[in-house]
Write a protein that binds this ligand. Structure first.
Ligand code: MF3
Ligand code: CO
Length: 266
């Protein structure tokens, strides 16, 4: 496993923060009527204007800057030209390379009114991310993170925890060791040491955990067609408390200020 120096962590924070800033721009303009292709263009321009490279574009042939996963799409949705509508649950996931270092994180937005069931799914998925992050401290193991996420979502609320996709190490590459599953046992897996950087990313389904991948080779949907939510933070392992490199506070401020977005779950 690759451990970063403190100087490298500073650079990685800049990369993660650029993704947060891009998602903040998305939070400002999201509303019914715009398309995920519009969002892809906005993100591509913003990243280039900040002297960074979109990291998903051409990664194993992925054809866009962002992943835009709406409603029953779990992750890796292609941006398209359909108008977003009231009630849509929209996950935007994006990665950049800045000064050679990767940032990769995601946020789920709600357009207008949705059921309490969906509000709860969004709230609990975000909570589970922070429960996982609490475990990202030295001498814990990856399984402690996995267990915390699974407990809060599957055990407590009966949600489906996707097994086929996992979080990951992050650094000069988008995907480094170790894998970070959103399910597992306490005390299992690799031990965490200081300055290991992890992308922790719960993918949580309202219904069953089963997913199917579309014939485009990327789009992952829930098998039962029920909605799914995805949040992702970039996190640096520390002694007493993990350092979160990405920043939801700027996204959340924009989200709350945008009357087209539903932030009633706070
Ligand atoms: N956050 C996702 C991941 O880490 C997004 C990758 S999309 C891809 O796997 F296009 F880059 F593959
Ligand atoms: Co990721």
């Amino acid at each position: 496993m690759l451990y970063k120096t403190d100087a490298e962590i500073v650079l990685m924070k800049e990369a993660a923060l650029l993704v947060s800033k891009t998602l903040t721009e998305v939070a400002k303009i999201l509303k019914p009527g715009i398309t995920t292709m519009d969002i892809d263009k906005l993100c591509a321009t913003f990243v280039k204007d900040h002297k960074a490279i979109p990291s998903f574009l051409n990664y194993r042939g992925y054809p866009y800057t962002i992943c835009a996963s709406v409603n029953e799409v779990v992750v890796h949705g292609f941006p398209n030209k359909k108008n977003l509508k009231e009630g849509d649950v929209v996950s935007i996931d994006m990665g950049v390379i800045l000064n050679g270092w990767h940032g990769d994180h995601a946020y789920t937005f709600i357009l207008g009114e949705v059921s309490n069931e969906i509000l709860q799914l969004v709230r609990v998925t975000k909570e589970s991310l922070y429960k996982g992050i609490e475990q990202a401290i030295i001498n814990n193991r990856i399984g402690d993170i996995s267990y915390a996420i699974q407990e809060h979502t599957e055990k407590k609320y009966g949600y489906g925890v996707v097994r086929e996709l996992v979080g990951h190490g992050l650094g000069r590459s988008l995907h480094e060791d170790p894998q970070v599953p959103n399910y597992g046992k306490r005390g299992n897996g690799p031990k965490l040491k200081e300055n290991l950087v992890l992308a922790i990313e719960p993918m949580i389904n309202l219904g069953t955990r089963d997913v199917v991948t579309e014939s485009d080779g990327w789009t992952v949907r829930t098998k039962d067609g029920k909605p799914s939510v995805h949040f992702e933070h970039d996190v640096c392992v520390k002694r007493d408390k993990a350092l979160i490199l990405s920043d939801y506070s700027i996204i959340e401020t924009a989200e709350k200020a945008n009357t087209n977005l539903n932030s009633k779950y706070y």
